[in-house]
Design a protein around this ligand. Structure first.
Ligand code: PMP
Length: 382
């Protein structure tokens, strides 16, 4: 047997999402933990993939993605955010948002570079930074409002700061950036060479008429920002693992140097089908109201229970506190909820390096009405 003498990620175990999903399966619990829909994507999209497979689109796609899809992405960005990207030189189709994030970090982060992240943070940022020798500096956003104190963020900046990673709308808190947040960010990065990775995979899931502020709308930010998006979230196809990123051409050229050895290209028939499907913007413009109905259904269902709802401005996650129910830490509480009350969630402490416990769990509402109904029924018993 080979003896492995070292690990590049010695403290990393199975992700919390896999852990909670596994526990949900084991205990036959309703899975509101991992963020994926339990309903079918549009049949038109499914049939279109089949069509392109049968028509023979089964070989490698071009390195940056199929041009017609990149063109549709450029149109979507221009229509939504009035920002112009050259489809061929400035947009790349990736194997999900995750690969866009990983390849961005592989491209730009070297040993000793500092990267600022905001916690609660999506789980792939920190280990990916560390794999390339980067050093993570954290700002903790805290319950119940998850606000950013930009003067504290400014204190994290040093001459070694290479990148700031933002996730807007934020998974898991459901918080979105305000104009004031963006203006503070501009003040921090102006006159510097700091790059930004803006994870906007939930950009089309923002509620109550609020507007998603993509960083590409701001010229001072666009020139230094890698925007990351995911078709998984846009079209209920998380398992297809297709996403994209957009950036100024000099940055994208560097990204593609790494991308070509990382995956080279992404699934051809799916790209063809997405290009056709995206021509009709009706296919994504109503995502906000579609998920708002689900959010409101869950919130109304939980309003009379002992859980307390935190605000949810975007994403398909609702944060709740359980301090009126139990004194357990959030991980123990989430385990207990799965095993004994048959509802799986994700404890917020998993999104903080120091496992900050504020008695908050995350519930995913990208689920069928009957799934949410059953979950509410179980949660109401506590
Ligand atoms: N960023 C965030 C904040 C996410 O929640 C997710 C998916 N859960 C991703 C990136 C990854 O997206 P994809 O599934 O397209 O790789």
């Amino acid at each position: 047997m080979i003896l492995l003498t070292s690990s590049k990620l010695p403290t990393v175990g199975m992700t919390i999402f896999s852990q909670m999903s596994q526990l949900a399966m084991q205990h036959n619990a309703i899975n509101l933990s991992q963020g994926f829909p339990d309903f079918m994507p549009d049949a038109q999209l499914l049939n279109s993939v089949d069509h392109f497979i049968q028509k023979g689109f089964n070989q490698y796609a071009p390195l940056g993605g199929i041009l017609s899809l990149k063109e549709e992405v450029a149109i979507k960005i221009e229509n939504s955010h009035q920002a112009i990207y050259h489809p061929d030189a400035e947009i790349t189709i990736t194997a999900g948002g995750t690969q866009a994030i990983f390849t961005t970090l592989a491209t730009f982060i070297s040993k000793g570079d500092e990267v600022i992240i905001f916690e609660p943070a999506y789980d792939c940022y920190e280990p990916s930074v560390e794999l390339f020798g980067g050093i993570v500096k954290r700002f903790q956003m805290k319950a119940p409002n998850y606000e950013i104190d930009w003067s504290e963020v400014k204190n994290l900046v040093s001459e070694k700061t290479k990148m700031i990673i933002l996730n807007n709308p934020n998974n898991p808190s459901g918080k979105i950036l305000t104009e004031n947040d963006v203006q503070s960010l501009i003040q921090i990065v102006k006159d510097s060479n700091i790059l930004i990775l803006s994870d906007e995979v939930y950009e089309n899931i923002v509620f109550d008429g609020k507007k998603h502020l993509s960083l590409c709308q701001y010229l001072e930010l666009k020139e230094r920002t890698m925007i990351v998006a995911s078709f998984g979230k846009l079209f209920h196809i998380t398992g297809w693992k297709v996403g994209y990123c957009a950036a100024p051409k000099e940055m994208m050229a560097e990204f593609r140097k790494v991308h070509q050895f990382n995956v080279f290209c992404v699934n051809t028939p799916i790209q063809m089908a997405l290009a056709e499907y995206m021509k009709d913007e009706e296919h994504y413009l109503h995502l906000n109201s579609f998920f708002q109905e689900k959010r409101d259904f869950l919130r109304q269902g939980l309003a009379s229970t002992s859980f307390e709802l935190l605000s949810c401005e975007g994403t398909y996650f609702q944060a709740v506190t359980y301090q009126n129910i139990s004194g357990k830490d959030d991980f123990e509480f989430a385990k207990d909820l799965t095993i004994n009350h048959k509802v799986a969630s994700v404890p917020f402490s998993a999104f903080y390096k120091d496992h900050l416990n504020e008695n908050v769990i995350r519930l995913c509402f990208a689920k069928k009405q009957e799934t949410l109904e059953r979950a509410i029924e179980n949660l109401a018993k506590l």
